[in-house]
Each structure stands twice: as C-alpha cells, then as structure tokens.
Design a protein around this ligand. Structure first.
Ligand SMILES: Nc1ncnc2c1ncn2[C@@H]1O[C@H](COP(=O)(O)OP(=O)(O)O)[C@@H](O)[C@H]1O
Ligand SMILES: [Mg+2]
Length: 783
C-alpha cells in the first residue's frame, strides 16, 4: 500500500501551490475577450481538465446533431444547477467546440463524440455569446443589439437597440439568413435584475426579447439557444432575483429541454479531473479500497452501517485519493451554505487541501477530513469566508493549540496520528451546514472520517473525552458533536480555577485525606520534624507530603530520621511506625482535581452566574461536581498506596496496589488489612511465642516489658492491640509454657481472665514457675 501522494499526480499549479483561485470560477465573457486563465482559454487544456458527465455529453451531442441538421431536437436548452454547479463550464464546452474546431477536433474525447453522432467533422456555426454579468446595462448594447452585432447585422437593426426587441418574425429572418447560429446565454437573471433597477420597462423589453428568442429559434432549421439558469436565485439575488428567475424559467419552460449537469458520483470525477494530472495505477486504488473495506468490516459496530456496504468500497475507489467523507461532507453540508457555490467551492477548498498535503507527504493512504490542515492560512481563510468569523479564534485555540497539546500528552506510539487534532478537525468540518438540522455529527461518523490503519478504535473515544474536558467551544448534544461560538462550561471552569488559591487547594487536599483516614491508627499528617511523631507504644500512621522538609534529600531520608530519632534522642518505640508516601506523579493530578472541585463549588455558589447559565449547563455542572467528588477518595487511595514498614533490616517499601473502584474502605483499614495479609501485623500470637522468643529460661519480665519488646524492636510482629498478647499469655499460662505472677500469687496451668493481666504483672518462664511452686528447695538432709 502506498500513500496517496505516491500514486496520484496533481496538476502542476496545485502541486506547486501556485494556483489562482479564479481557476475555479469560469467566466464565458472573459474567454470571449481572451483574458481568462489558460485553463479556460486554451481549448486543449480546457478539454483535458473537463470531465464529460453523461449530461454534458448528451448536451454536446444534441447540439452537434441539431446544428448539422440531423435532428430537430435541441433547439432550446436550459442548463440548470445551483451556483457553481457547472453551467458556465458546459457553455464553455460548446463555445470551444465550435469556435476552435480545428484545435479540438482531433482530441480523443471530441472524436469519440463525433463518432457517436455519425459526423466526420464539427459543423460550422456562428457562435453568439451573451453574458449578463458583463453586459453594461446603461451604456452597452441591449441583449438583442449584442446578438445582432455578433451576427454582423447590427447596423441594419440599430434602431431597435435600447428600445424594444424586434418580434419573432424579424429574429427568425435574421437567424435563417445568418444561420446556423448557436446562442449561449449566461447570467441573465443578474442582467434582468440590473435592468429592472435601471428601468422596469427596459427589463420587460428584455423578458419579451427572451420570449421571442425561445419561440424563434425552434422555427429555424438548425440554430440552437442554450441558456444557463441557476436552480435558485434567492441567496444570491434576493426575492426580486428569485421572481425574475421564475419568470424566465416559465418562458423557457415551454420549449426547453432541461439539463441537470452533474449527477451522483460524477462529482468525484469532476473533482479528480480538475485537481489531478494523473490518478496513477487503478490497481493501487483497488488495493486501498479493499483494505479500508476490511478495516470497516472489523469496526462495523462502531461506524455507520452504510460504510460496510459493498457499495461504499466502490465509492472509495471513485473518490480516490479522497476519503469519500471529505467530498461528501463538502457537497452535503458546506454546499448548502449559500456563499459556498457547489462544485466551485468544493474545488477551491480541495485544491488548497491537496496542495498543502502534497507538500507535507504524511503517511496517509487517503485524504481524510481529519487530515485537513487548519493551520494553513489559506485553507483556514477559505473556510472562514463562509462561516462566522469568530471561528477563526476557535480554530486557533481549540483545534490548533489545545488539541495539539492533548496529542503531546497522549504521547507514545500514537502521537504520530495526532488523534486529538484529527478529531477536532473532523468535528469542525462536520459542524457547518446551510441547513439547520445538519449541525455536527455522531461519534460513529467521526470514527469513519478518522479511522485508518494503526489507529486503535478505543483511542478515538478516549481522546474525544479528553477534548470534551479541555476544549472551550466543543459541544455535544444527544451524541452529536459540534463546535459552537458560545463557549462551553470548560471555559467558565478554567477561568474560575484561576481564582482558586494554592493555599486553599493545600488545605482541601489535607482535609480530603483526613476524610478517608479512618480510626484504626493514630494518624499524623504532614510532619516536618521527628518530634512531630511522639515516641510511645501506640500504632501510628504517618502521612507524608510529596516533598520532604528542607533539610532532607528525599522522603526516604526523612522517614529514616523519624524512624531513628525522636528529637535529639534515639527513638525507642520503632515498631509502631507506618509511613504512607504519595506516588509522586499523581500528586499534581490530584491537586488539580481538587482545584477543579473548588472551582465547581465556587461556581455552584455564584448565584448571579448560575442565573445566566442554561439549565443544560447547570445539569452538566452538577454532574461534573458529583462525579469528581465521588471519584476523589479513589484518587487519594491510589495516590497514597506506598508504605514504609519497620523490619529488622530497616524500613521496607510495600505497595498496597491499586484500589478497587467503588470500594469504600478507609485508608487506615486498607493498610491494616494489607499488613495482616503480609503477617507484619497480627491479631493472634502463638502461646509459645513469648516463652520461646522473649524470655530466657531464667528471666522474668513484667507484662509491660514484654509489650514494649513488640513495640520497640522491628522484626517482631506488630500486635494489632495488647489483647493479642494477653490472649497468648493466658493461653500459655493455661497450657503451662509460662506462669503469671501477680503480687504474691503465681498462676500456672490455670485458667486466667485476660482482663486480669496488668502492666506490672510478671511473666515467668515455666522453669522458674516450677521452682516457685515447689518452694525454696529444702536444705539437703544432714548427713
Ligand atoms: N464537467 C466538468 N469538468 C471539469 N470541471 C467542471 C465541470 N463542471 C464544472 N466544473 C468546474 O466547476 C466549477 C464550477 O462550475 P461553473 O461552470 O463555474 O458553475 P456555474 O456556472 O454553474 O456556477 C468551475 O471551476 C468549473 O470549471
Ligand atoms: Mg456560471
């Protein structure tokens, strides 16, 4: 598979980016006066860049046959399309065909036409051209004067000029004498309109002339009249223009044959003809179409159904090197904007787009809507001609600046696809339409416009979410995405965020942590010296800030300091300390979330702002607030998931793992459960443990001393609380591995109550108990 720019070759001017946009607006009068661009002036170039649509062919054949006297049909023909649809282009075809017959008769396309008509040569005909837009109403000749002039009979009928048109009989006589004649008329609505401004009666004279013409021509043997009339004049000429158009249509309607010039997929062909010198190897087109088709089949649940129909594969071939959406959106949507002018507007834009992308040579197999480079000033300007100028700034901020930032954030292997920029560009492209009901589009169509080899489907949805969170003018309504000139809630939120103070964020950060701490341990938030953490037997959770206090290189060093020292002296109860550390790269994000939350809260409290806000935005606001609020504990659990635990070898780092979404624990409980799982903390101690590990066979210790061993020395399991030890002792006493001495009384192999064990009670190894119970050894019997 090759990228499109290795397959097709654009016309030279497009390739070099040196074309004049007038190349896509043909003017018949300029050609007559020999001052048009060579694309229109030079008959050979002109025909080379003309795509012969079915109707255009029929038109040319009809006229050829009529002029050569082989057919009576084709005397009066009306060409109709919206503005920029190809009327003038068709008139020009006729003009060059007959005016420059020697130059064009050997072109293969023309030869073919002649063959099909059974003609060996192009017949001789006098071509008269009337282009209303260029005709001077005030000083110039009248339309009939102009035609007489071109037929060389002006002097004879001079008195008619500027007054009344001669009747049918005179016209017929002139045409018969001078014929065969071919009269080409363009832009006559414009002429009639201007005439009516000058004088209503002159306009009437013109309409009447037009009428006479349409009845005189059919009476001739072999003359033709071809008139271009737009399908609507409302947008360009207003209501008056529209009325004139209807009047003219009614007149010509009696005789006419109507040609709608471009039908269905022919638009693709015209575009390709006008933009590309060569389309390259058709096999390449087929391979690409097949590839895309397969890709669409795989993604069929995520894209519109029409794209997985076999006919779409054909569309891809026909539109190649464009993705069909690129052309379809322009024709379906942009073309309905009155200033856009159908084919002409499409050609202009696509020429700029091809010119820009051909230079860039990005790896893309088709020209997708998402590939359009809105950074290119001419492309941007061309779009802006037809839409609210405020979109200029929206393109700059949302599509260029913010989206490319998101692309950088996504990073990794997908950065090259610029998914965010592509998405924003696509949505922009889909946003506009002259018809109200067609603003924006659904995610499935956006996917269609974007999907290409190497882009995983889910990344499109994920990135779209990010855009929704970050862009100011992107909106969605019932799953339809579009850009709007009114900013969305994001902008209000971001502006509000700027007013939130860092101290407030810090304070709230601390509070949010407090909220999830729970009560399993004594908690110490953000200590700055070892003295902040008391040295006692209580279990402590020490929550650290992301940065250590000034004197410490890093958090680990600071933890060690607390672990080893209490102020100036050595720390005694080391086995009571659990340090909780933030995951560094999440801190910033969590603080941002809190800032966001504070901004939302502040907006919620701002009544005057709320009053101005649409109810939809209010709903979004509430929704966002609720979601952030409910996600926050999870984010904090995730942030504080690393702990340092005392061991014989010093502090050891553990990771609690990611929290489970929706699990409503508190932090101290989460840590406690983890420590128990790891058997670092215990809720049960073997009855043998104390006798084996703490008491030597000749040593007794008070309960307090035993307890302290556990809380002082890392390496000993951390008892969840002191009853764990009491249990073990009571059991040991009962089973005879240790004894308990309360004041004078010693308990051994007896059941005792846990609650009876007091700090000052002594625990004895079993050997010592036996001594005690047997009393002091009697002196040896005297010999
Ligand atoms: N059959 C065709 N082949 C090539 N280019 C065409 C064809 N029809 C129209 N065009 C081009 O489309 C653009 C608009 O056509 P134009 O004839 O000016 O429209 P209209 O006169 O209906 O407003 C022009 O650039 C024209 O050259
Ligand atoms: Mg025209």
């Amino acid at each position: 598979m090759k990228p499109w720019w290795q397959v097709v070759v654009p016309h030279k001017d497009i390739k070099e980016g040196k074309f004049d946009e007038s190349v896509f607006a043909c003017d018949l009068a300029d050609v007559v006066k020999m001052r048009a661009p060579s694309d229109y002036l030079d008959p050979e170039i002109f025909f080379k860049k003309t795509y012969f649509t079915a109707k255009l062919k029929m038109l040319l054949k009809d006229i050829l046959l009529r002029i050569s006297g082989k057919q009576t049909q084709g005397s009066v023909i009306q060409l109709t399309t919206p503005f920029g649809g190809g009327k003038t282009h068709s008139l020009l075809c006729l003009y060059h065909l007959f005016k420059n017959k020697e130059k064009v008769k050997n072109l293969s396309s023309i030869k073919e036409l002649l063959d099909e008509c059974g003609l060996s040569d192009i017949p001789e005909v006098k071509v008269c051209v009337f282009v209303g837009i260029q005709q001077d109403v005030l000083r110039g000749r009248s339309p009939w004067g102009e035609i007489f002039y071109q037929l060389g009979v002006y002097q004879e009928y001079k008195e008619y000029d500027k007054k009344y048109a001669p009747g049918k009989e005179i016209l017929l006589k002139i045409f018969q004498e001078k014929g065969p004649d071919l009269i080409l008329m363009d832009e006559i609505v414009e002429y009639a309109l201007r005439a009516s401004i000058e004088s209503e009666s002159f306009k009437e004279a013109f309409v009447s002339f037009f009428h006479q013409l349409t009845v005189a021509i059919p009476s001739t043997k072999n003359s033709s009249l071809v008139v271009a009339l737009p399908s609507s004049a409302l947008e360009s000429y207003g209501e008056k223009g529209e009325r004139i158009l209807r009047e003219l249509q009614k007149i010509i309607g009696r005789e006419e044959k109507v040609y709608t010039l471009v039908e269905g997929d022919e638009k693709y062909e015209i575009i390709r003809k006008r933009l590309f010198e060569s389309l390259g190897d058709v096999n390449e087109h087929n391979i690409i179409a097949q590839k895309y088709f397969e890709m669409y089949l795989q993604a069929k649940d995520s894209i519109p159904a029409f794209a997985v129909d076999a006919s779409y594969k054909e569309r891809i071939k026909k539109a190649y090197p464009f993705h069909p959406e690129t052309i379809d959106i322009l024709f379906e949507r942009w073309s309905t904007i009155s200033t856009f002018q159908r084919t002409r507007g499409v050609l202009r834009l696509l020429a700029l787009i091809v010119s820009n992308l051909y230079k860039k040579r990005e790896l893309s197999y088709l020209i997708h809507p998402s590939n359009i480079d809105l950074k290119d000033s001419s492309i941007k300007a061309e779009f802006l001609k037809h839409i609210d100028s405020r979109f200029g700034a929206i393109i700059d901020t949302d599509i260029i600046e913010k989206s490319s930032k998101i692309d950088k954030e996504i990073g990794s292997e997908f950065e090259k696809f610029k998914v965010a920029t592509s998405l924003a560009t696509s949505i922009f492209f889909y946003t506009f339409s002259g018809a109200v009901e067609r603003k924006g589009t659904s995610i499935s169509r956006i996917r269609l416009s974007l999907l290409q080899e190497g882009i995983p489907l889910p990344i499109i949805g994920d990135t779209l979410k990010r855009l929704e969170e970050k862009l100011y003018y992107l909106k969605s309504e019932g799953n339809i995405y579009y850009f709007d000139t009114e900013p969305n809630l994001n902008m209000i939120i971001v502006e509000r965020q700027e007013t939130i103070k860092d101290e407030d964020v810090e304070l709230n950060f601390k509070n949010e942590i407090k909220n999830i701490l729970g009560k399993e341990f004594e908690a110490y938030l953000f200590p700055t010296t070892s003295q902040d953490i008391p040295d006692n037997t209580k279990l402590k959770l020490i929550i650290l800030k992301e940065t250590p206090p000034n004197d410490y290189k890093n958090l680990e060093e600071f933890c060690k300091e607390i672990f080893d020292k209490y102020s100036q002296s050595f720390r005694v109860y080391k086995n009571t300390l659990i340090f909780v550390l933030p995951t560094r790269d999440e801190v910033f994000e969590v603080k941002n979330i809190i800032k966001n939350l504070l901004a939302l809260q502040s907006i919620k409290n701002d009544d005057s702002l709320l009053n101005k806000m649409s109810s939809k935005n209010k709903k979004i606001l509430e929704e966002k607030f609720r979601k952030i609020k409910s996600d926050l504990p999870y984010r904090i659990f995730s942030l504080y998931r690393k702990i340092y635990v005392p061991t014989k070898e010093g502090l050891k780092l553990y990771d609690l793992g990611m929290p489970v979404v929706g699990e409503s624990l508190n932090l101290s409980l989460r840590i406690k459960e983890f420590l128990k799982e790891q058997e670092i903390m215990i809720n049960k101690l073997d009855y043998n443990y104390i006798s084996k590990n703490i008491l030597a066979s000749t040593e007794k210790k008070t309960f307090k001393e035993i307890k302290e061993v556990f809380y002082k020395f890392p390496g000993f399991p951390i008892p969840e609380d002191e009853t764990v030890l009491k249990h073990s002792i009571a059991q040991g006493v009962n089973l005879g591995t240790i004894g308990l001495k309360k004041q004078d009384k010693t308990y051994f192999k007896k059941t005792i109550s846990l609650y009876d064990i007091k700090d000052e009670d002594e625990i004895l190894p079993s050997d010592m108990v036996k001594d005690v119970s047997n009393g002091p050894k009697p002196p040896p019997p005297p010999p």
